[in-house]
Design a protein around this ligand. Structure first.
Ligand code: PEP
Length: 247
């Protein structure tokens, strides 16, 4: 059975005062049926982990360096995130790919580093609007999956997040049929040892209003949520929808 995952990506938002939102979320879901994850900026990983220690809500990073330590000013390693209390890390988010030119090979190296540190890697992939309009979506995500999945990936240490670039932060989403089509293609493209057990989550403008319909789709094992994860009330409604879908 694949445990459903509601993952929140705070991006570059969040100061100490915002930890109250994380605590409110945990209070609203003392025993969720799904896994609930918040990924704050690196500056808050330690404090959020401490604040949520006695709750079921777990904490993750938004990116990690491929090396464990070294002369890489400003970067954070997977081992450092684990040391600060993280259990997961997002790698290959489209904002990293766009802002920092990250390639699939670099994403694979980061995911491998996450695995070495004992973290679950949430590997993001997804097509641009031009690629969708050009009918290339399935080819693009297949190429990204093959290129970004490191040797050593398993269903336990890896989650795949399908995030169409044009849907992130825009309020636009693919149709339900389009999401289902991509998730089915991704599952078919996983290596055999990962095919049945790997969680495939959707990301891109998931909100309380559309969450239930997305979670009802086959092969959607949860969501990666940006804007709607910043406020406990919104993210809580999404967690509740996922819990309901989990039965
Ligand atoms: C994201 O940051 O991964 C994301 C999906 O953002 P949003 O939910 O705001 O579209």
């Amino acid at each position: 059975m694949r445990r459903k995952l509601a993952a929140g990506n705070w991006k570059m938002h969040g100061l100490a005062a915002d930890l109250a939102e994380a605590e409110a979320l945990a209070e609203a879901h003392p025993s969720p049926g799904c896994e609930v994850l918040l990924c704050p900026p690196a500056t808050l990983v330690g404090r959020m982990s401490a604040a949520l220690q006695r709750t079921p809500v777990v904490v993750g990073g938004q990116d990690c360096h491929a090396e464990e330590s070294g002369a890489h000013t400003g970067d954070v390693s997977a081992a450092m995130l684990a040391d600060a209390g993280a259990s997961h890390v997002i790698v290959g988010h489209s904002e990293r790919r766009t802002d920092h030119g990250e390639t699939d090979a670099q994403v694979a190296a980061k995911a491998a580093a996450a695995h070495r540190a004992g973290l679950v890697a949430i590997i993001c992939l997804g097509e641009t609007e031009a690629e969708r309009d050009g009918g290339e979506t399935l080819d693009v995500v297949a190429r990204q999956l093959a290129g970004a999945l490191p040797a050593g990936a398993t269903a336990e240490n890896t989650v795949i997040a399908y995030e169409p670039v044009w849907a992130i932060g825009t309020g636009r989403t693919p149709t339900e049929a389009e999401i289902a089509e991509v998730h089915a293609a991704l599952r078919a493209g996983l290596p055999e040892h990962m095919a049945a057990g790997t969680r495939l989550i959707y990301g891109g403008s998931v909100k309380p209003a559309n969450a239930a319909a997305i979670f009802a789709l086959p092969e959607v094992d949860g969501a990666l949520v940006g804007g709607a994860s910043l406020k406990a009330a919104d993210f809580s409604a999404i967690v509740a929808a996922l819990d309901a879908a989990a039965g």
